[in-house]
Design a protein around this ligand. Structure first.
Ligand code: AGP
Length: 586
């Protein structure tokens, strides 16, 4: 996910571009850049935040970009805008050009010289290749060559127009008086205009000071209506959601699909291993613990999961293991310290992270990325479920490679994995009921989250989310452990959130619910089985999935439960007290 902007009108383009980009910084902040046309084309771009762009280019036409790296590490060379060989055409792009290698090879044969590792640079060279005497025609021809997702804006030396195109990445046009705007999201230009055209997939747009023409891919004109927006700038940044956390919870179907799509389009690294160690902190640790159940079930190799802060100082272990580090930020000091140690001890290492080029990637042999896009809320949500996606994918692929499951079984499981976005979408549809349950438990001083097997880590994660953002004391336990001590604390009406999937342990969970009910707990069951209503005080209904995949749906239901509890209690949901999004200290 990146942010793109464009401006044409009577104001200083540099000022408008930097201001509008700043409003899109939440979409990525690996690098930034602008291109301004004032007869000549001038470009400034750099690794780092938008504030590092200090140019004072004069001109009233331009485009800008803030990057969330996907192809190529964050660097000055990989920053947008990209220019063609002559430095006359500049483009910015958000999305992934899937056929860029093929296009790049063809363009190199024709003599084009590339300066970056990105997929985006091909767009500038393609426009150059097609340019005869019309910037618009060359742009349309170039867009027709692209496969994948894109929102693109382009400018050219000597031209007073911006060309733009959209396919599967957002792009909106802001309509002003003798000025027009382009952006990935409405909030970028909302202080200048609230009249917008939301482009559709396959549309191309020509924007000048006084008109906006929209075309289909064949170059035929298309009519689109102007909508007037009545959101405030702040509302708009969160796309109308009250908090980033809620927005990110609702982004999960898309994030899961993007993550799986990226994994499917890549070859898995070759690795030989007899045992696995997983090392992480907080929510990422809970993803690792879920991964243990899935890897052991499908691969039948032992998996040990460690807190990174403990792993760093453990006595040396003789046996070597594939050691997997999970960190959404890629910057957590404990996890990086643990990765250095694992390498020093001679282990083969792999990271699962959401941030391309983050520090952890420098200390491991292999990296698998989640494709969740930037996560702003301190509480991890979409990065957690996409970590699960990577771990499930890893387990299925290696179980098949190692001959632990048949190719047919692997394909069946991959098909199920592809449905997780759909099932998560259905959990999101239960939000009103979850809100109601939140009202029933919000006054509690303390809660337990219980589950068994592969959902035990989801109980831990549910309790962590609840503590983090609602500040209510919550503990997660394996349901069978309650009777060994924690049941002593059950008091009248204490909420016990029980995860009851329809799997091999369903009956055992019902027995555990009866145990706490008998001690007057207020039981909230998270289940796809209606029968559970007989035993629980209230139920969060979720869709039935293949038993192996229930952690996804349960996790999302509990994210919504903690979000709504925290909201009822009036907490600072996106920035809870005492916490930071990235913990770079030991
Ligand atoms: C999650 O909601 C927390 N904010 C926290 O536990 C987090 O998961 C932990 O600090 C690890 O972060 P990382 O994934 O960036 O390494």
């Amino acid at each position: 996910m990146c942010g793109i902007v464009g401006y044409i009108g009577f104001r200083n383009a540099t000022d408008v571009l930097l201001k509008t980009l700043k409003r899109l910084e939440y979409r990525g902040y690996d690098s930034a850049g602008i291109a301004v046309v004032n007869g000549e084309l001038k470009v400034e771009k750099r690794k780092g935040y938008i504030d590092t762009i200090k140019s004072d280019f004069k001109g009233t036409v331009g485009i800008g970009h803030t990057r969330w790296a996907t192809h190529g590490v964050p660097s000055d060379e990989n920053a947008h805008p990209f220019v063609d060989c002559k430095g006359e055409i500049a483009i910015v792009h958000n999305g992934i050009i899937e056929n860029f290698m093929e296009l790049k090879e063809k363009l190199i044969e024709k003599g084009h010289v590339f300066k970056s590792d990105t997929d985006s640079e091909v767009i500038a060279h393609l426009i150059e290749e097609y340019y005869e005497d019309s910037f618009k025609d060359a742009f349309i021809k170039a867009v027709n060559e692209l496969k994948g997702s894109f929102a693109i804006a382009a400018v050219m030396k000597g031209q007073r127009r911006i060309m733009a195109a959209k396919n599967e990445s957002p792009l909106v046009i802001g309509i002003g008086d003798h000025e027009n705007f382009i952006a990935s999201d409405i909030p970028a230009f909302l202080e200048y205009t609230n009249r917008v055209i939301v482009l559709k997939d396959g549309e191309i747009c020509e924007v000048t000071d006084d008109f906006v023409n929209i075309y289909d891919l064949k170059g035929n004109e298309v009519k689109e209506s102007i909508t007037t927006i009545d959101w405030s700038v702040e509302d708009a940044e969160k796309s109308g959601y009250e908090h980033f956390m809620l927005k990110e919870i609702f982004e999960q179907p898309r994030a899961l699909e993007d993550t799986l799509h990226a994994l499917l389009s890549k070859d898995m690294p070759e690795m030989d291993f007899e045992r696995v160690h997983i090392v992480a902190c907080g929510t990422s640790y809970h993803a690792g613990l879920t991964g243990k159940y899935i890897i052991e079930e499908l691969l039948h190799v032992p998996v040990y999961v460690y807190y990174a802060s403990e792993y760093r100082y453990m006595p040396e272990i003789e046996e070597k293991a594939l050691t997997i580090f999970i960190t959404q930020s890629g910057e957590t000091a404990d996890t990086i310290g643990a990765a250095k140690r694992a390498k020093d001890l001679g282990n083969y290492t792999m990271a699962i992270t959401n941030v391309v080029g983050s520090s952890i990637t420098n200390y491991v042999d292999q990296v698998l990325y989640t494709n969740a896009g930037p996560e702003i809320g301190v509480a991890a949500t979409k990065t957690f479920t996409t970590q699960l996606m990577v771990l499930y994918y890893f387990s299925i692929i290696f179980a098949s490679k190692k001959g632990k499951i048949s190719k047919k079984k692997a394909n069946e499981l991959l098909k199920e994995l592809q449905k997780t976005g759909y099932y998560v979408e259905r959990v999101l549809g239960e939000e009103d009921n979850i809100k109601k349950v939140a009202r029933e438990i919000a006054s509690a001083q303390s809660m337990y989250f219980i589950a068994r097997g592969r959902n035990y880590p989801i109980a831990l994660e549910g309790a962590l989310k609840m503590k983090e953002i609602s500040y209510v004391h919550a503990e997660g336990y394996p349901a069978g452990e309650l009777k060994h001590g924690p049941i002593a604390l059950i008091s009248d009406n204490m909420p016990v959130i029980a995860i009851v999937p329809e799997d091999e342990l369903y009956g055992k969970m019902i027995s555990n619910i009866k145990e706490v009910s008998a001690r007057n707990a207020f039981v909230v069951a998270v289940s796809s089985n209606n029968d559970v209503k007989k035993y629980a005080d209230t139920v969060i209904s979720i869709p039935k999935t293949n038993y192996l995949f229930s952690p996804f749906t349960n996790a999302v239901a509990l994210q919504l439960l903690s979000y709504h509890t925290a909201k009822i209690l009036g907490r600072k949901i996106d920035k809870p007290k005492n916490l930071a999004k990235t913990v770079t200290v030991e």
